[in-house]
Design a protein around this ligand. Structure first.
Ligand code: COI
Length: 356
């Protein structure tokens, strides 16, 4: 394993010049934390302005037991990826979108947020400092995890008096243990992820804590994850614990509209555009659970999951299957288009990638 001590970090820096990529088993990356060399940290006091951040050795941070984030969940996170091109340069995918989403979430959670410029600059600094952890081309990506939290002490319920913006990174491979093979989902209709007026539309940490129990039940039954239905009608598709969902029927691709209860995914939004450019008709609307019976293909999208084909969905004891154990043609096509852009294998006609 890799130690997270400052000692490890300084050793790492000293041999950074001689080793372009870190010594890691690049063939077997999953989606687990690999300790890297550095992290970014910036603080914001009651004046609402963030300090000029710093890149420091990766390791534990100190917070008061009374911190707003620990007691009342005042926290947001983001996720984006960096890919290494064959020429060794590094590409980020739409980092300003994450910056904007963090700002929107911060508004909902009564937190100050870094500007888009500070966010993107911080991401770049963190990736460059951890450059040797960006996997070789084709072996995965560097997952970048920005955090924004109420780190100041509170006791009564109120916004914290101080905030911390941090970024850490980890090399990753496939999110699901199935790899690129289709995943099996279950609709657990006694659980809901978000309700109208709640925080489902922002990337608050609490949204992810609240899905753990349903996820555990699903995994115990052998499913990969849970697909949620809306909390009002218990009828329309919302999203999977960690990703958005799309259905394909002929030339039409449909996905749940953004209406405050689902996470506005950056991969979701990108896939909508990529599919439209390929000539598909894309509908963002209410997608009824009944439509799963008629769909040709179903797939999930997310930064972590990329485009994951769905092989089956179980609802009220009935199982519908897709893709004949394989990856559907449309899912495969969209996966390839998106990842070729992200990895710089094709020219970026969308202007989505940022080269470091
Ligand atoms: C991501 O896809 O980046 C996410 O933030 C989802 C998380 C549950 C891994």
């Amino acid at each position: 394993g890799h130690s997270s001590t400052g000692c490890h970090a300084s050793l790492a820096t000293s041999y950074m010049e001689t080793s372009a990529v870190a010594d890691l088993d690049w063939e077997n990356l999953g989606f687990g934390l690999v300790h890297t060399d550095f992290m970014y940290i910036a603080k914001c006091g009651p004046d609402g302005n963030f300090s000029k951040g710093e890149v420091v050795p990766f390791g534990p941070i100190e917070v008061s037991p009374s911190a707003g984030v620990l007691n009342y969940g005042q926290g947001l996170f983001e996720g984006l990826k960096a890919y290494r091109k064959t020429d060794g340069s590094i590409l980020l995918f739409r980092p300003e979108e994450n910056a904007t989403r963090m700002r929107d979430g911060a508004e909902r959670m009564c937190m100050p947020a870094p500007t888009v410029e500070q966010f993107v600059d911080a991401v770049k600094q963190t990736v460059l400092a951890n450059k040797r952890w960006v996997p070789p081309t084709g072996k995965g990506s560097l997952y970048i995890r920005p955090l924004l939290m109420g780190s100041g002490a509170v006791l009564g319920l109120a916004p914290a008096p101080e905030y911390t913006f941090m970024i850490f990174v980890s090399p990753v491979g496939n999110y699901f243990k199935e790899g690129l093979a289709p995943i099996n989902l279950i609709i657990e209709d006694n659980f809901h992820r978000a309700a109208p007026g709640g925080t489902g539309g922002v990337k608050t940490i609490g949204n992810y804590a609240s899905v753990l129990k349903a996820q555990r039940i699903a995994k115990e039954k052998g499913y990969s994850d849970v697909l949620y239905l809306d909390a009002v009608h218990n009828k329309y598709l919302e999203e999977v614990s960690s990703c958005n969902i799309f259905i394909v029927k002929g030339n039409v691709i449909s996905t749940s509209a953004i209406k405050g209860t689902i996470l506005p995914g950056i991969t979701r939004k990108s896939i909508v555009e990529v599919a439209q450019r390929k000539g598909f008709k894309v509908e963002e609307r209410h997608v009824s659970v009944d439509e799963l019976l008629e769909a040709d293909e179903v797939f999930c999208t997310g930064t972590a999951v990329v485009v994951s084909p769905v092989g089956s969905i179980t609802y009220q004891g009935k199982r519908v299957e897709y893709g004949n154990q394989g990856v559907g043609v449309v899912s495969q096509q969209l996966y390839t288009s998106l990842t070729s852009l992200q990895m710089g294998h094709v020219e970026d006609c969308m202007g989505w990638t940022v080269e470091l």
